[in-house]
Design a protein around this ligand. Structure first.
Ligand SMILES: Nc1nc2c(c(=O)[nH]1)N[C@H]1C(S)=C(S)[C@@H](COP(=O)(O)OP(=O)(O)OC[C@H]3O[C@@H](n4cnc5c(=O)[nH]c(N)nc54)[C@H](O)[C@@H]3O)O[C@H]1N2
Ligand SMILES: Nc1nc2c(c(=O)[nH]1)N[C@H]1C(S)=C(S)[C@@H](COP(=O)(O)OP(=O)(O)OC[C@H]3O[C@@H](n4cnc5c(=O)[nH]c(N)nc54)[C@H](O)[C@@H]3O)O[C@H]1N2
Ligand code: SF4
Ligand SMILES: [Mo]
Length: 755
């Protein structure tokens, strides 16, 4: 019998983090017996998709880690106690730092779709170890967009899909992947309303395309010509918003001549989309009172990734779709997802071995293996991996495994024995996201932005610790915790936030060198004065103070009172008290204009570094490799995929082993029928997989789901791999020339029937 109590938390499977309620049950009371959307959550308001109901497969998942592990010389693991684990990890990393410098220690991860507290607390460990190079999944998808957006608007923009008249999705399938609020409700409303339109750019007739008014079914990888043609139509038919351009932008005089020159007919031919349809879609954008645009992996993990982030922005900038309801906006942030001090452009920093551009502080994922597997004196020699699974999720898994194995020391902090953890020297087990206080910084709503601090639903099992505790202990073992100052700060915290703010500010003023350790100091002082269920929320006090400095008016409009630190304290108290999340800022649409952070304070239409790439489109596409006649999209989001958060293949109700989608014509040509096996060969590897014939695919295009091919222990105790691990098939050199993002959606491939 499930307990009658519904406890509020959030779904951890995509960036939406919908509020959910859970009833616990099972013999030990630790099963997620029932799950429903939480109506009290101010963002999701009761919405949740089918995946959330499967979260017990995470909480009670396979291969859960229950205590620290150390690798023996023979390669097997032995259990060790926490004191030994912390002491040895600290000592080994410190010795690498002392010998080779902190820049030889690499940090990967920091959080996934549902948890950003690891990134917040590890900041202390990273600074103490002198770590300078780090990365995470954002450097596989969003860094090109961050770079472009940084140049064009000086920050991140999002689209108001709930109010827009026209929605444009470029290589994004929100019906399956969500990523916008109440995705399916929002999409259905758009489809039903005759006054609104949806434009979908996707080579596949995606589930989102089914609802679209305009499906521009581009040839795989040819989006750049299509989107350039759409922008060119706006200019050539004089459908741009001249008043907006004059008032809010810079660089039109350089961009417009470039777009005037575009041969729209030819570009549409290259893209494989009917010219009249392209023109009609562009006119629809120009005529609309508001347009919202989003790009995603279909183009971000493809050739022209960074270029497309640029071209896509012309559609809404040239038509004046910024800073008004239904258009593009710049949200507030409790704390920026990309960090406070990291310039989008990377401030000219490059990675030490390959010299790859660092964007928002992140080294491109595709160069990490190269930065390890070399005798270059500046190579990475040790790595901390926290809440990520790079042995599975980065391009070229065989090479990545080789790189991880070549490190002097690999420390993995995770809840489960993952493909990456299996290669570690030390595995530090942590409480699940439902066994500690957690949150994410995916807070992009507008005008009412939402933050949700989740309380634990369950106590962690003995033997695991939350990341906050792990990092505090590492800092202590490294001898850097300012222990003398802690009692006084703790006492101030007991007396209240006002006194704490004063004491903490004074402490930092006297000890500026301790500032980078603030997360763990907050945890060891303020954290102990908080109710136990909120302890790991201590780090947010700093975020609330930052937010109060950055957005005081927006916070006051959300109902918090005060000035300076008092306003930050009021916000922090609000965050702590709201079990189902809270509206932390309320904005006006025009506020986005004031947030433009470009040198001229205007939207920049021109990026020097991309001029050549735009012009280069005139040369047309490069010849395809006849040895690999198919384009494989390696990592599609389907109903039952969720990165590698669920390790148990049984969580999938259908498509258990993740079929290869292939169009019926190609099936006939290859002589394969539904359910038969084929061999997929790429330049990097090969895999055998079951075929599902799908008329959603166009000829020559095939797709495999993401997150499959995990090695999980079966009930018989054997390691089993179900489905194809996509990165056994991808190559490191297939990456964007600007941002280094991988071309996972465009893997040249061959398909043969397996006799
Ligand atoms: N169900 C589910 N949802 C998820 C996740 C999950 O694992 N499962 N993961 C989450 C994460 S981490 C992310 S980053 C997002 C990603 O979300 P999306 O980017 O929306 O997901 P994908 O299915 O990877 O790719 C989107 C679309 O790109 C299309 N595409 C392929 N090639 C091309 C091309 O050449 N041009 C264009 N224009 N499109 C192309 C595909 O057909 C697909 O429909 O999803 C999140 N949501
Ligand atoms: N070929 C190909 N490769 C891809 C993609 C693709 O489409 N195609 N998609 C890419 C994208 S967009 C993404 S976002 C990445 C995702 O790949 P990764 O960033 O590597 O992360 P996840 O698969 O989300 O796995 C998260 C890890 O966190 C662990 N975890 C869960 N909860 C906790 C916790 O509370 N604390 C800690 N410390 N650990 C926890 C899980 O066990 C898991 O090991 O994959 C990328 N790789
Ligand atoms: S939309 Fe995303 S966060 Fe919401 S329930 Fe579905 S997977 Fe979870
Ligand atoms: Mo992602």
């Amino acid at each position: 019998m499930p307990s009658a109590t519904w406890r509020s938390t959030a779904c951890i499977l995509c960036e939406c983090n919908c509020g959910i309620e859970v009833q616990l049950g099972g013999e030990d009371g630790r099963r997620f017996a029932r799950i429903r959307g939480d109506k009290a959550h101010p963002g999701s308001k009761g919405y949740a998709c089918e995946k959330a109901s499967r979260l017990d497969h995470y909480q009670n998942g396979l291969d859960r880690l229950v205590g620290p592990l150390r690798r023996r010389p023979d390669g097997s693991f032995e259990a060790i106690d926490w004191d030994t684990a912390i002491r040895e990890v600290a000592a080994r990393l410190a010795s690498i730092r002392d010998q080779h410098g902190g820049e030889s220690i690499f940090y990967y991860g920091g959080g996934g779709q549902g948890n950003h507290s690891p990134g917040a607390y590890s900041g202390a460990t990273q600074s103490l170890l002198g770590i300078r190079y780090r990365s995470n999944a954002l450097a596989q998808e969003k860094t090109g967009e961050f770079w472009v957006s940084g140049k064009m608007i000086g920050g991140l923009s999002r689209g108001d899909f709930e109010r827009c008249e026209v929605a444009v999705f470029v290589g994004k399938n929100p019906w399956m992947s969500h990523g916008i609020s109440h995705a399916r409700v929002t999409l259905r409303k758009l489809a039903k309303d005759p006054k609104r339109s949806m434009i979908v750019i996707d080579p596949r007739r995606s589930e989102t395309a089914d609802l679209a008014d305009f499906h521009l079914q581009v040839k795989p990888g040819r989006d750049a010509w299509l989107v350039a043609a759409m922008a060119a139509v706006l200019v050539q038919e004089d459908r741009v918003d001249h008043a907006f351009l004059a008032a809010h932008t810079q660089g039109a005089e350089k961009l417009v001549p470039l777009l005037e020159r575009v041969d729209v007919t030819r570009y549409c031919e290259i893209a494989g989309v009917d010219e009249e349809l392209v023109r009609a879609a562009s006119r629809r954008i120009a005529e609309a009172s508001s347009v919202a645009v989003a790009e995603d992996l279909g183009v971000q993990m493809n050739v022209h990734s960074t270029l497309l982030s640029y071209l896509q922005r012309f559609l809404w900038m040239l038509t004046g779709n910024f800073g008004k309801a239904g258009a593009m906006y710049m949200p507030t942030a409790l704390q920026p997802l990309t960090g406070r001090r990291t310039a989008p452009s990377g401030g000219g920093r490059t990675s030490p071995v390959v010299g790859a551009r660092i964007i928002t502080g992140l080294v491109p994922c595709n160069v990490i293996a190269e930065e390890i597997l070399t005798d270059h004196p500046k190579r990475y020699r040790a790595m901390i991996v926290e809440s990520a699974n790079p042995a599975h999720s980065l391009a070229d898994s065989p090479r990545m495994r080789e790189a991880l194995a070549a490190l002097d020391t690999l420390v993995v902090i995770d809840v489960a024995m993952t493909e990456t953890a299996r290669l570690a020297d030390y595995v530090l087990p942590t409480s699940t996201q439902f066994e500690k206080t957690e949150f994410t910084l995916f807070n992009f709503e507008f005008p009412n932005n939402v933050f949700h601090l989740r309380r634990p639903l369950l106590a962690p099992p003995d033997g695991v610790l939350p990341e906050a505790e792990i990092h505090a202990r590492l800092v202590e073992a490294l001898g850097a915790m300012p222990t003398d100052a802690l009692p006084e700060l703790r006492q101030a915290a007991w007396r209240g936030l006002d006194e704490f703010a004063e004491a903490f500010t004074g402490f930092v003023a006297d000890n500026p060198q301790a500032l980078p350790l603030a997360p763990v100091i907050l945890y060891r002082t303020l954290g102990e004065a908080l109710p136990p269920a909120l302890k790991e929320g201590a780090v947010l006090w700093g975020a609330c103070q930052f937010c109060a400095q950055e957005y005081p008016d927006s916070i006051r409009r959300a109902g918090f009172l005060g000035e300076g630190p008092a306003l930050g304290n009021a916000l922090f108290e609000g965050v702590l008290a709201a079990r189902s999340g809270i509206v932390f800022t309320v904005d006006e649409f025009e506020e986005s204009f004031a947030r433009i952070r470009t040198p001229g304070g205007r939207l920049q239409l021109w990026i020097d570094e991309l001029e050549e790439a735009v012009q280069g489109l005139e040369e047309g596409p490069r010849d395809e490799d006849s040895e690999y006649p198919f384009v494989l999209s390696a990592g599609e989001r389907r109903s039952f995929t969720a990165n590698t958060i669920f390790r148990d293949p049984l969580w999938r109700k259908k498509d258990a082993d993740g079929a290869l989608f292939l169009c019926p014509e190609d099936g006939e040509r290859l002589g394969v029928a539904e359910g038969e096996l084929v061999r997929v060969t790429t330049r990097r590897g090969r895999a055998e997989v079951r075929v599902a014939l799908s008329d959603r695919m166009q000829p020559g295009h095939i797709s495999l789901p993401n997150g499959l091919g995990l090695d999980a222990t079966s009930e018989e105790g054997e390691l089993q791999r179900v489905g194809v691990a996509p990165n056994e098939l991808t190559s490191l050199e297939d990456r964007d020339p600007y941002a280094g993002t991988p071309w996972h959606k465009r893997v040249p491939a061959r398909v043969e029937r397996v006799a």
